[in-house]
Every structure is written in structure tokens, then in C-alpha cells.
Write a protein that binds this ligand. Structure first.
Ligand code: ADP
Length: 580
């Protein structure tokens, strides 16, 4: 807006200069006209005087006529000789001397037909208009008549006319000024209307700005701006919505994402990426990427990427408190100015792969022992030992044990490798006292061999709604281990109760070997055994507790172990109530 005032002021200044200049010209021209007119008038008057003097007989008659004439006017008439000497002057009859040096006289002396001069009179001390006319006798200059009139006399009259002209001129100037300012305002009006709207559109693009149409002249322009504003606000809103969706997506994404700008400033990092890189606390972005990403492997990878190699992929092992395996993909985009990093957390996948590998190698190892033993015994028998009935029987007993161990191993592996979908997940009410009694009966021989007593205690609940395929192996493995790892003449107690949290808690307590603290953490791993030789000897597969843990989790239960070496172990499993 200030700019427009400035423009108006500049125009006013230019107009003022033009008006003053023009006035100077007009005033000068007018004065010139007045002087010319007066000069002609004086010239004609001089000629008339001369003519009249001639008619009256010359010489003194001119003097008398002049004298008579000037009494009724301000004019001064001087009669000069042919050389410029004063003969007579109406203002001062006693005036003498020459006026040959005066410009108007000089002109005549040099042969001119008329001498005119506007100057200050030394005698009268006034500005006078002098007109000198030659008096010719026989073609020769005989006298000069000079008529002078104070400019003040005729200029005073001309002044009032000049005032009128000035008045009209001023009115004209004002009109022109008004018109110029009006057109300037008209010219600037759309800018004044549109500029604030455009500024608002730039600062608040989400809002629709409207120009109220006041002038039909700019209507189309205003309508276009209104349309533009509406389109901009719609586009901006659509853009904001898309950006919000993208942010939500990035925040929820299970893939880590980060973006670096061309100055390698970190401009975006999603929560998953922060978690994968072990970054805690609030980040103020943008920030130097090296202040956030500390892993040397990833930093190296970021430095390696360039326009010749705009895509990089690498699996990195990060040494955070716990080791993480990340599959990092880096890509330059946006004309190679920005860098996007995408990261998949492969830690669990790699762990599972390792577990699978370990499991396969453990299974092979476990299978190898009884199979080697079976082959060894059969070969010995076939080589001739079968003819000795005693050795044959002895060998067959060992071979039967190996075969049974193989069978158990295979059963356990099958059980462990069965997925939930494969197992029938049907809930059925199980009568607990009956089930525990059946279990006890199935171990009658082993209990007798080891002289171990198994007591069952518990009254409530009698029935429990659960899945038998999961529930039975849990209890069976715990009871079998308790008997297996108990010394002779000891007791194993199986008890059950309903807890305050409405859960079924089954506890198996023995007075056996016990398990020390370090081993307690590992015995639920597949094939882990505290005393390998002893466990194998007892016929254990090393998978029992792994099955217990797996199935307890499948039933949503929790497992608890308290054990002291040489005192005994207590395994408790709490099962939450399941509903059909
Ligand atoms: P296994 O078939 O060898 O018994 P488990 O997975 O059932 O395999 O048990 C793993 C290991 O935990 C056993 O080898 C044994 O060393 C130890 N263990 C399990 N139960 C008991 C227990 N009640 N008392 C002492 N040690 C036990």
C-alpha cells in the first residue's frame, strides 16, 4: 500500500514540475504578447504624432504636440537629432546630452526602421518600454522620436487578465491532477484488492479467501482469484490429509523408515526405526544424522551410497544391549538429493532359523545313538552271537530299550512339531481325579522299580474344561521326570487346587536331585539336559520340558519352578479358565 502512495506522490511531483514549467511558459508568452501589443501601439502613436506635426508645419509643432499629448498619459516623448542628441524631452525639458548609446537609438543609427528596448530608465528609475521611430527627410534620417511608457502602466491591466488566466489554468491543473490520481487509483485498485488475498493464500493455504466484487471492470480477475483460492485450499487440504495418512502409516508400520536430506540431516525417522536402532527419548528434527544413528556399520553404509551406486542393501548386526539383525535397504531418491533407509528386523527370523538348525542337528544326534547301537548289536548277533541264547537275550533287551527310546524320541518330536492347527483344539471337561489316577496307574511298574510313592491330593475342582491333547502331556512329562529324577524310597506328590484367581494350579513335587540355579533357566530348551549321560541312561529324550513349556503357553498358562539341589524340585503350572 505504501508503494502506491509513493507512486501517487511521485506523479504529483512530476505534475507540479510540469504545471510550474508550463505556467512559466504561458506567463512569459503572455508578457511577450502584451509588450508586442504595446510596442505596436507606441509605434503607431509615434507615427501619428509625426504625421500630425508634418501637417502642422514640423519642428516646434512636434514639440508642442508631444507636450500636449503626454499631459493626459504616463508616456514620455523624447525628440532627438539624427546623431542621437536630445532636442527635447517631455519629462524634463531641460534634459540635454546624447542617447546614441541607448539600444533603441543605436538600432536606428545603424539603419534600422524601428528601435525597441525594455529596460530600467536612469532618469525615471522605472522600467520603461522604449520605441524609437526615425523621421526621414529626403530619404535621410533627420530626427528620432522616442516614445517611452512605464511597463507598470500597461502591465497592471495585463496583470488582472493574467490572474484570470492563472485561475483558469489552476482549475485545469487541479482537474488534470484529479484525473491522474483517479486513473492511478483505478490502476492500483486490483492490486490493492488482490495483494492481501494472495498474501493470506500464501500464509494460510487451507482457508478459502473471497474477494467481494465491487467493480465490474475487474470482475473476471477477481473471480479467477477466488477460484484459485478455492482450488488451492482444496489441494492443500487433500495434501494435508495425504500427509497425515502417510505419517500414520509410517508410525504404525512394522518396517523402520528414515529420510536424510541433501545436507545429510535426518528429517524423518519413524518409531519402528527408532526402536530398531535403540534410540530413546524425543528427537528434535532435522538434526545431524550421526548424532542419532550411532551404529558404525549403518554410518558406513550411508557414506557408501552415491549416484553411481544409488541402491544399497546389507544385513547388519547391531550390538545394542541385545544383538539385533537388521536388513537395511538404502535408496537415493528425489533426483538423488534425499536418501531413504528402510529396515526389516530379522532378529526373530534369524533366531528361528538357528533354532531350527540346532533342532535338526540335535535330532540327528539323538537318533544316531540308538540307531548305531541297534546296528552294532544286530551285526554282532548276525556275526554268530545269535547262537548263544544268553547273549542273544541280553542283546535283544538292550535293542528293545534302544527301539523304545527311538519311539519316544519320534513321538516327542512329532508332538513338538505339531502346530496348533494340526492339534484338535476342542475343549472338553476332564475329570481330574480320574485322569491323575490313570496316569499314576500307567507308571505303576516304574514306581515299583524305583520304590517311589506317588500321592495324589486335591479335591477341587473335580472337572476342568481344557484340551486333553495339550493338558495330558504336560502333567505326564512332569510326573515322569519327578519319578525319573527321584532317589529310591522317596515321595512324589501331585496336588491340584483352584486358586483365588480362578485358575487350576497343578503342582508336582519330588525329593530328587534338584536343579541348580543356572540350569533352571535352560532346562526348558529342547534337548537340554543337566547330566547328559544320566538322562540318556534314564531313557529321557531331552524334549519333555520343552513340550511342557510349549503346551502350557498354548493353553495360556504359566509355569513356575522352585528347586534346590539335593532337596528336590517343585513344578507348578497354572491354567486359566477356558470357555467354549
Ligand atoms: P529328559 O527327557 O532328559 O528328562 P526333559 O526336557 O524332561 O528331558 O528334562 C530336561 C532336563 O531337566 C533333564 O535332563 C534333567 O536333567 C532335568 N530335570 C527335569 N525334571 C527334573 C526333576 N524333576 N528333577 C531334577 N532334574 C530334572
Amino acid at each position: 500500500m505504501k508503494k502506491h502512495y509513493g507512486e501517487s506522490l511521485a506523479w504529483l511531483a512530476v505534475l507540479l514540475v510540469i504545471f510550474i514549467g508550463a505556467w512559466q511558459l504561458i506567463a512569459g508568452f503572455y508578457q511577450r504578447q502584451v509588450l508586442d501589443q504595446q510596442q505596436t501601439y507606441l509605434e503607431k502613436k509615434g507615427s501619428l504624432l509625426m504625421h500630425m506635426a508634418e501637417l502642422n508645419g514640423g519642428g516646434d509643432s512636434l514639440k508642442d504636440l508631444s507636450q500636449h499629448y503626454v499631459t493626459s498619459s504616463d508616456e514620455r516623448i523624447t525628440l532627438l537629432a539624427a546623431d542621437g542628441a536630445i532636442l527635447f524631452d517631455t519629462y524634463d525639458p531641460s534634459l540635454e546630452g546624447t542617447r546614441s548609446d541607448r539600444p533603441e537609438i543605436k538600432t536606428l543609427l545603424q539603419g534600422g526602421k524601428l528601435g525597441v528596448s525594455l529596460r530600467q530608465s536612469d532618469t525615471l528609475n522605472k522600467e520603461l518600454l522604449y520605441v524609437a521611430i526615425p523621421v526621414m527627410t529626403d530619404g535621410q534620417l533627420s530626427n528620432i522620436i522616442r516614445i517611452a511608457e512605464p511597463t507598470a502602466t500597461f502591465m497592471a491591466e495585463a496583470g488582472s487578465v493574467r490572474q484570470s488566466i492563472f485561475f483558469v489554468y489552476s482549475v485545469l491543473c487541479l482537474l488534470i491532477t484529479f484525473l491522474v490520481l483517479y486513473f492511478l487509483r483505478q490502476k492500483n485498485r486490483p492490486i490493492e484488492k488482490i495483494l492481501p488475498v494472495l498474501k493470506k493464500m500464501a500464509t494460510q493455504p487451507q482457508k478459502t479467501e473471497l474477494i467481494m466484487q465491487t467493480s465490474p471492470q475487474w470482475q473476471e480477475l477477481y473471480q479467477t482469484i477466488n477460484q484459485l483460492s478455492e482450488q488451492l485450499s482444496q489441494t492443500y487440504q487433500a495434501y494435508t490429509a495425504t500427509e497425515n495418512q502417510l505419517h500414520t502409516l509410517l508410525n504404525e508400520l512394522m518396517i523402520g523408515v528414515f529420510i536424510l536430506d541433501e545436507e545429510q540431516q535426518l528429517v524423518m525417522i519413524n518409531p519402528t526405526m527408532q526402536e530398531q536402532l535403540g534410540i530413546t527419548g524425543m528427537l528434535s528434527l532435522p538434526t545431524e544424522f550421526a548424532s542419532v544413528i550411532k551404529d558404525p556399520g549403518l554410518i558406513q553404509l550411508i557414506y557408501r551410497i552415491n549416484k553411481h551406486q544409488p541402491v544399497l542393501q546389507e544385513e547388519l548386526r547391531l550390538k545394542l544391549p541385545e544383538e539385533k539383525v537388521l536388513d537395511i535397504n538404502l535408496r537415493l531418491f528425489n533426483e538423488q538429493k534425499q536418501l531413504m533407509g528402510i529396515s526389516y528386523d530379522l532378529t526373530r527370523v534369524r533366531q528361528l532359523e538357528k533354532m531350527q538348525k540346532d533342532f535338526v542337528s540335535n535330532v540327528s544326534h539323538e537318533l544316531k545313538t540308538p540307531v548305531t547301537s541297534l546296528i552294532g548289536f544286530t551285526e554282532t548277533l548276525l556275526a554268530g552271537a545269535m547262537h548263544d541264547p544268553k547273549i542273544t537275550e541280553e542283546f535283544l533287551v538292550i535293542m528293545q530299550k534302544d527301539a523304545q527310546r527311538l519311539q519316544r524320541l519320534i513321538q516327542d518330536i512329532i508332538q513338538l512339531s505339531k502346530t496348533e492347527a494340526e492339534l484338535q483344539y476342542e475343549l472338553q471337561p476332564i475329570e481330574l481325579p480320574t485322569l491323575f489316577q490313570q496316569l499314576k496307574d500307567s507308571y505303576r511298574q516304574l514306581l515299583a522299580e524305583k520304590q517311589v510313592t506317588l500321592t495324589l491330593t486335591g479335591s477341587e475342582p473335580t472337572y476342568w474344561l481344557t484340551n486333553r491333547e495339550f493338558f495330558y502331556p504336560i502333567i505326564k512329562n512332569l510326573v515322569e521326570n519327578a519319578i525319573q529324577y527321584s532317589p529310591k524310597n522317596s515321595q512324589v506328590k501331585l496336588s491340584w487346587r483352584l486358586t483365588a484367581a480362578d485358575q487350576l494350579e497343578v503342582t508336582v513335587r519330588d525329593q530328587g536331585l534338584g536343579i541348580d540355579q543356572d540350569d533352571q533357566e535352560r532346562i526348558f530348551e529342547r534337548f537340554y539336559r543337566v547330566d547328559k549321560a544320566r538322562a540318556r541312561h534314564s531313557g529321557g529324550t531331552g524334549l519333555g520340558l520343552a513340550i511342557v513349556k510349549d503346551y502350557t503357553e498354548k493353553l495360556g498358562g504359566t509355569l513356575h519352578l522352585t528347586s534346590h539341589p539335593q532337596v528336590g524340585s517343585t513344578f507348578s503350572v497354572a491354567f486359566p479358565k477356558l470357555t467354549k
